[in-house]
Design a protein around this ligand. Sequence first.
Ligand SMILES: O=C(O)c1cc(=O)[nH]c(=O)n1[C@@H]1O[C@H](COP(=O)(O)O)[C@@H](O)[C@H]1O
Length: 289
Amino acid sequence: MPEAQAAGVVPFGARLAAATDDLGPLCVGIDPHAQLLAAWGLADDAAGVREFSLRVVDALGGRVAALKPQAAFYERHGAAGVAALEETIAAARAAGTLTVVDAKRGDIGSTMGAYADAFLGDGSPLAGDAVTVSPYLGFGSLAPAAELAARTGRGLFVLCLTSNPEGPQVQHATTAGGVSVAASVAAQAAALNAGADPMGSVGLVVGATIGDAARATGTDLAAVNGPLLAPGVGAQGAGAAELAAVFGVARRQVLASSSRGVLQAGPDVDGLRAAAASAAREASAALRD
Ligand SMILES: O=C(O)c1cc(=O)[nH]c(=O)n1[C@@H]1O[C@H](COP(=O)(O)O)[C@@H](O)[C@H]1O
């Protein structure tokens, strides 16, 4: 990301590579589901979501490469819930842990510029270190986000091959250019990451549950030269074997992500730490050895 480098900001891709080298390739999702709040003895309201999230940051801050708060679980509690998301992002930053805000935003260019300001702008309370974005209004519609991320040293994770069973309807379809939607998304991310070292800041979301979909869709994950966020670990059934099989030669770019698989070990701090350490060991064994 030349602009961020010129301004003396270390780009997200380089910061994430350092964090995963240090702590292992694991991201823990902060998903305050109603059932988890109940299991933790917390109310299903904004105060409960706030308490849940701050406990996760307290337990895991400085111990995992990244935390990924899922915006919907905060938004469902209105303004107070969004304030809890802002506090969660700030607490993770204070703990020195990278955050991926899982907001999955995507809109026409001018509106995308407003989403970019919210999630990628310096000084915005909703800006973490990266945000998940949706390319299904056309990859080019994400340009305002890519430009602001480059300027502020933040990152994007663009949906590519998602973990849900409905994803293939769109992602495996063939574009007007004759390649699959997923392959086209990956190629356009690769173009934005060209020349970046150790890797660029435009990542992809590729579920750890997708089996051989990268090969089937002609999606060249190794060529992306950016991080690959791999949800689906734990509660959705993927483990070390799936991570190794799905990512193959691209495995060193992967940030494995688990939410419920770790969170269900709470609210006990030692339980959360043990679950995260075990998931990080498993991810390292699959992706780094
Ligand atoms: O972008 C994501 O994080 C995401 C993409 C995807 O393809 N699949 C997927 O599960 N996710 C998110 O990852 C999290 C998975 O949670 P667990 O199944 O509890 O680990 C949820 O917050 C999902 O919204």
